[in-house]
Design a protein. Structure first.
Length: 58
């Protein structure tokens, strides 16, 4: 499975493979990965805001 397909599945952009088994622990793992991805994207956006946007107001 490619990394872009995994990101798509974590963020509910792509449907998951119906032939793949889905256990309770797999649900927990995907949930934690989804949360960490969203926090990472937020941190990148926040950093870009601080570096590029805030200096324009000073």
């Amino acid at each position: 499975m490619g990394i872009l397909r995994q990101f798509g599945e974590y963020l509910f952009i792509k449907k998951r493979d119906p032939n793949q088994p889905r256990t309770q622990w797999m649900k927990y793992m995907h949930g934690m990965n989804r949360i960490s991805l969203l926090i990472f994207i937020f941190a990148i956006l926040f950093t870009l805001f601080r570096v590029f946007i805030l200096p324009l107001f000073k």
